[in-house]
Design a binder for this molecule. Structure first.
Ligand code: MLT
Ligand code: ZN
Length: 460
C-alpha cells in the first residue's frame, strides 16, 4: 500500500514501503531494543530528496529515523513510534575518487567494506574496520563515530572525515569543510554532526580520507595467565611495537566462537584471557623484538602460550577468534556494555570490574572482550537459556548503576563506540555533566527546532 501524506510529492511509489515485513525489517537495528513500529520506509536517492522530506516532516508533522546498515547496538536506529524511516540504501554511490588528495566523495549509504575495497584497489587504505563492515554504511559510521579494531593506530571514524553534507532538522543543506586538511575559520560543525546519532540532522554525503596501507601484517595471539598479567604484557608489547591492533578476549569467548564457527583453538594450553596483537612485520629486527618480548613475558609467567601467523590465511583465522565473538554470542541474547577508560587506568578498572562482576553476576556467564589497546572493553552478560528475557534485562539493569558508577569514578565513558541511542540514554549523566547535557540539548533545539530528527535517542 502506498500511503499519501505528502510523500508521493517527493518519492516515486517504489521508493516507499509500508508492508509489515519491511516495517519490521527497517524499523529495527541489531540491538532489538523495543518493538519496531514505523509508519513507512522511504528510500531517498539524493540530498535534495532528503531535504524535501525533512521540510515535509516539519509541516506534516511526523518524525524521521535514519537507517543505514542497521548494525547498531544501542538502539540508535530503532523506530518504535510511528516514525518514517529514512533508509540510505539507494544513496550508495561513490561520486568521486581523487588520487591526489587521496579522498573519496560518496553518498551516505556506501557500505564500509566497499570503501575499504576501493581504497585497496588503488593501493590505498581505509583503516576503520570492524566485524560488521560488510553491512554497515559510511553514514551510520559517521553518525556514531564508529571505532573498531584499528583505533589504537588509526583513531576513530572522525579522523577520516574530510567533509560532510548534511540536511539539518530545519531542512537546510550544509556543506561542511569541503575536504580541506586545514581550515581555521571558526567552529568546525562537521565534528558536531559526527557522533550526533542523527539527532541534529542526517548525513547524506561524505568525503573520506584514505592513507597508505600497512606493510606485511602479522598476527600474534597470546594466552594470558590472569587479570593482572593482561596489562603487564600489554605494556611490554607497547614498549617495543607500534601495533595496528591490540585486542583482548576471555577464554569463554574463544570457546563459544570455536564451537559456533568450527575454527580450531589457537593452541592447546588453556588460558583465562587472550591478547591479539597485529603489527607490521616489516624487518627481521621487528620480528626478533616481538619474539624477545614474548619470551620475556613467558618467563615472567604472564604469558602461558602463544602463536604467530605464518601466512595471510593464518592471520585471518586468528582474527576470527576475536572478530566472530559478537555474532557467535548473539544466540545468547547478551546484555552489552561498551565501556572505556584511559589506558593508564585499565589495571585498576579491570581489577574493580572483576570484583563487581564476581559479586553481582554470580549466576550469569560473563564474557570480556574488547579493544584493550585504546581502553575500550565490551562486557557482555549472557542470558541463561531458562530465564525470561525481561527478568534477565531487569537483573542486568540493577547492576548497571554500579558498573557505570565505577566508570564515572575513573572518568571513563559508558559508551565508547556503540553510541547512546535508547539503550544508554538514561545513563548519559554518568559520562556527561549536567551543563554538557544542557548545551547538547540547546544545540539539538537549534538544528532541529521541532524535534523530528531521531527523537528519543541520546536524550528523552
Ligand atoms: C566488537 O568489538 O566486537 C563490536 O563492538 C561488537 C560488540 O561489542 O559485540
Ligand atoms: Zn567493539
Amino acid at each position: 500500500m502506498f500511503i499519501d501524506n505528502g510523500l508521493s510529492d517527493i518519492f516515486r511509489p517504489e521508493q516507499v514501503l509500508t508492508d509489515q515485513s519491511s516495517l519490521e525489517k527497517y524499523g529495527q537495528d541489531w540491538s532489538q531494543v523495543g518493538a519496531p513500529n514505523p509508519l513507512a520506509i522511504v528510500f531517498p536517492e539524493s540530498t535534495e530528496q532528503v531535504q524535501s522530506l525533512v521540510k515535509l516532516a516539519n509541516k506534516a508533522p511526523f518524525s524521521l529515523v535514519p537507517s543505514g546498515g542497521r548494525t547498531g547496538l544501542s538502539g540508535g536506529a530503532m523506530a518504535t513510534n510511528q516514525e518514517v524511516v529514512v533508509s540510505f540504501e539507494r544513496m550508495n554511490k561513490v561520486l568521486d575518487f581523487n588520487k591526489v588528495d587521496r579522498q573519496v566523495h560518496c553518498q551516505a549509504g556506501v557500505i564500509t567494506q566497499q570503501l575499504q575495497t576501493l581504497a585497496a584497489d588503488n593501493q590505498l587504505f581505509y583503516p576503520v574496520d570492524f566485524a560488521s563492515s560488510g553491512s554497515s554504511h559510511i553514514g551510520g559510521n559517521i553518525a556514531t563515530n564508529a571505532g573498531g579494531i584499528k583505533v589504537v593506530r588509526y583513531g576513530l571514524t572522525r579522523n577520516w572525515v574530510a567533509g560532510l553534507t548534511v540536511v539539518t532538522g530545519s531542512g537546510e543543506i550544509l556543506d561542511l569543510n569541503h575536504g580541506l586538511v586545514k581550515n581555521a575559520t571558526g567552529y568546525d560543525l562537521r565534528h558536531l554532526f559526527i557522533g550526533s546519532e542523527g539527532t541534529l540532522g542526517f548525513i547524506t554525503e561524505a568525503t573520506m580520507q584514505l592513507t597508505n596501507p600497512p606493510k606485511n601484517l602479522s598476527v600474534m595471539v597470546l594466552g594470558i595467565s590472569d587479570v593482572a598479567s593482561i596489562m603487564k604484557t600489554f605494556q611490554a608489547l607497547k614498549k617495543n611495537i607500534e601495533p595496528t591492533a591490540l585486542e583482548l578476549f576471555s577464554s569463554d569467548s574463544v570457546k563459544i566462537v570455536c564451537e559456533h564457527k568450527g575454527i580450531p583453538r589457537p593452541f592447546d594450553t588453556e588460558a583465562p584471557y587472550y591478547l591479539l596483537i597485529e603489527f607490521e612485520n616489516d624487518s627481521e629486527a621487528t620480528e626478533s623484538l616481538v619474539l624477545e618480548t614474548f619470551e620475556r613475558c613467558s618467563n615472567e609467567g604472564w604469558v602461558l602460550d602463544g602463536v604467530m601467523s605464518q601466512s595471510e590465511q593464518q592471520a585471518k583465522t586468528l582474527w576470527r577468534l576475536r572478530e566472530d565473538i559478537s555474532e557467535s554470542i548473539s544466540h545468547y541474547s547478551p546484555y552489552k556494555n561498551d565501556l572505556a577508560v584511559k589506558v593508564s587506568k585499565i589495571p585498576v578498572f579491570l581489577e574493580r570490574l572483576d570484583q563487581l562482576v564476581e559479586e553481582h553476576y554470580p549466576k550469569f556467564q560473563v564474557l570480556w572482550y574488547g579493544h584493550i589497546g585504546d581502553g575500550n572493553l565490551h562486557l557482555n552478560i549472557l542470558k541463561p537459556a531458562d530465564m525470561e528475557h525481561d527478568v534477565f534485562v531487569e537483573a542486568c539493569n540493577k547492576v548497571n548503576p554500579l558498573v557505570f558508577k565505577l566508570v564515572k569514578d575513573l572518568d571513563g565513558s559508558i559508551s565508547a563506540e556503540h553510541g547512546v541511542g535508547t539503550l544508554k540514554r538514561d545513563y548519559l549523566a554518568y559520562s556527561r555533566s549536567d551543563s554538557e547535557i544542557a548545551y547538547m540539548q540547546s544545540l539539538k533545539a537549534m538544528f532541529d527546532p521541532n524535534g523530528i530528527m531521531n527523537p528519543g535517542k541520546l536524550f528523552k
